[in-house]
Each structure stands twice: as C-alpha cells, then as structure tokens.
Design a binder for this molecule. Structure first.
Ligand SMILES: [Zn+2]
Ligand SMILES: [Zn+2]
Length: 153
C-alpha cells in the first residue's frame, strides 16, 4: 500500500525537502483560526507521524511558537507552512510531528479522516465531504486536538 511507502515533499522554493514513511498517526483537517493565520487558508490538512519518521533531505523549517507549547515550522525563504508540533513538555500523547499535506509531492497520499474546529471556518466556506466535521475537537482524538486545549487553559 501507498501508506507504507516513503513520500516526499517540500516548500514552494524547494530549499526544504523532506521524506516521511510508514503509517500516519492521525491525518486530520483543521479550520481553526491559528492554522488559518499560519497558512493563509481556511482549511489545512495535517498528517501526523512519529518525529523519527520525518527526515529532512535538505534545509529545515524555522520554528515559531504560535501559542504555549505549539511549534509551527515554515520556510524562512518562501514562507511555506510545513509543520505543526508540540514542545515535548506540552505533548499530551506520544510525540507527533504533523506535515501540511498540501506540501507533499502527492498531496492526496494521506487523506484526512476527520475535520476539527469546523466551527471556526469563515461563513462563506463549506466543505463537501463524507468525513466527520467536528465543530470543535474530535472526541476520539481529543488529546490530539491540535493546540486549542492548551491555548484556552
Ligand atoms: Zn522555501
Ligand atoms: Zn488548527
């Protein structure tokens, strides 16, 4: 299966290239305001891997702490949003590094299984999909609810 193969991706200018492999931990769409701000789009799909299965082939993202314990990686040259992760001290589950699915060479490689923070999307934006659309977090994946539990504490 495709999922167990290595997939590669990178930023717009090409200075950062990465490879991921193996099964994803969680692949979810997010419509939260922080992801929207960080990426400039109302809907981002994050594909999570154990950090040791994300390998940089060239360059590395610069990391911005967008809220306490939340680390967002981007290319310093072209600004592409590449990664989402938590400082290990703030990780509620096993360490996970999320890659922005749109930066994969094959952006369809890891389809999202659900969407979180759908309630924060702009009023003009609706997704047409069969996967669950959660207004806030996913109950099943509450511990992975991206940054919001931490942010609101
Ligand atoms: Zn770049
Ligand atoms: Zn988000």
């Amino acid at each position: 299966m495709m999922k167990n193969d290595e997939q590669q991706g990178g930023c717009m200018c090409g200075s950062i290239r990465y490879a991921v492999s193996g099964k994803t931990v969680w692949s979810a769409g997010c419509c939260c305001r922080d992801c929207a701000k960080a990426t400039g789009t109302p809907y981002v799909v994050w594909v999570g891997f154990p950090p040791e299965r994300v390998r940089y082939l060239s360059g590395a993202p610069r990391v911005y702490t967008s809220s306490e314990g939340v680390l967002r990686g981007f290319c310093e040259t072209c600004g592409t949003s590449l990664t989402y992760g938590r400082d290990p001290a703030f990780e509620a589950v096993e360490p996970t590094l999320y890659i922005a699915a749109a930066t994969l060479d094959d952006p369809a490689a890891y389809p999202p299984t659900e969407v979180v923070w759908y309630g924060q999307r702009p009023g003009w934006y609706d997704l047409s999909t069969d996967i669950p659309l959660h207004e806030t977090i996913s109950v099943e994946n509450a511990a992975r609810s991206l940054n919001h539990v931490l942010k609101n504490k």
